[in-house]
Design a binder for this molecule. Structure first.
Ligand code: CP
Length: 309
């Protein structure tokens, strides 16, 4: 039970067998998380720093909980309130944290490629918690794990990723992950939010959301990332919602059950109406729950510890 990589920088670098190893390990940790005492002593001699240069709710809390459930010592760093505002570089920041005998770094950064850059300048294992518009590997792992939990193995399953594909690290990591697991993937949304030539990654492209819903068994719906759009790519959020937002009536018209996923944060009334986000078809909070077990698995496997208790 080990991974072919030293760091988790992206899904692109993982072998399909790595993903299956992470899933099997997460199955074990999910059982631990159902117990009254939701903690194992496995990483009691390990210190992990969560360094976040960009905002987060789910990923940050989920990593911290995962680390604490493994009995690791945890330190949290936010760029706001740090010496970054005084001009300290990323490498200096991380070398100073590591000098305090930290073993592993979990990093979120707005610059695509930042975790790769860091991995060339340190011996500690790096886990990418989201870098710019590039990858968000643990999100894709928890998404695929959540689909597997509901529908069984991913091979041949039809998954539509709907919304702002262009600016989404979740979309890219999902495309890699689902492809490696043998799922069929479609991306859907306005043409201005779908990268040109994306079909070369082996995905189908659809601009009509109703047709995408008709095709898929699972719809993973993404937020419009206005903070990453430097010029308008559609008229208004109201118009986006009218043409690409998903409401309960659209799902009822399908006469089949489509699982609804969303990585969060949801912009209710834009990409998803509340009657969908809070419906029985939605597994959004199951994704969040599974995130802790997936992150425990990734941290455990990268730590090199070999006794799963
Ligand atoms: N899914 C996700 O990355 O959410 P946060 O930005 O809240 O971490």
């Amino acid at each position: 039970m080990s991974l072919s990589v030293k760091h988790l920088l992206g899904i692109k670098e993982l072998q399909p067998g790595d993903i299956q190893t992470i899933f099997r390990t997460a199955d074990n940790f999910k059982q631990v998380l159902q117990r009254q005492i939701k903690k194992v002593p496995t990483l009691r001699d390990t210190t992990i720093a969560n360094i976040f240069f960009e905002n987060s709710t789910r990923t940050r809390i989920s990593f911290e909980l995962a680390e604490k459930r493994l009995s690791a010592d945890v330190v949290n760093f936010s760029a706001s309130g740090s010496s970054v505002s005084k001009g300290e570089t990323l490498i200096d920041t991380v070398h100073n944290i590591l000098a305090m005998k930290v073993d592993m770094i979990v990093m979120r950064h707005s610059a695509s490629g930042a975790p790769w850059f860091l991995s060339n300048h340190t011996d500690a294992s790096i886990i990418n918690a989201g870098d710019g518009i590039n990858e968000h590997p643990t999100q894709a792992l928890l998404d695929a794990f959540s689909i597997r939990e509901r529908l069984g193995e991913l091979k041949g399953k039809r998954i539509a990723i709907i919304g702002d594909i262009m600016h989404s690290r979740v979309a890219l990591s999902n495309i890699y992950c689902l492809g490696k697991l043998g799922a069929e993937v479609m991306v859907a949304g306005p043409p201005t939010l779908i990268p040109k030539h994306i079909e070369k990654m082996g995905v189908k492209v659809e601009y009509d959301v109703k047709k995408a819903l008709k095709w898929c068994e699972v719809a993973n719906v993404l937020r419009i990332q206005l903070e990453r759009q430097h010029k308008p790519l559609f008229s208004t959020l109201r118009e986006y919602s009218l043409y690409y937002g998903i409401n309960k009536q659209m799902l009822d018209d399908l006469q089949k059950e489509v699982l609804i996923m969303h990585p969060g944060p949801i912009n209710r009334g834009v990409e998803l109406n509340s009657d969908v986000a809070d419906s029985k078809q939605s597994i959004i909070l199951n994704q969040v729950e599974n995130g802790v077990a997936i992150r425990m698995a990734v941290i455990y496997l990268l730590s090199g510890k070999r006794e799963l208790e």
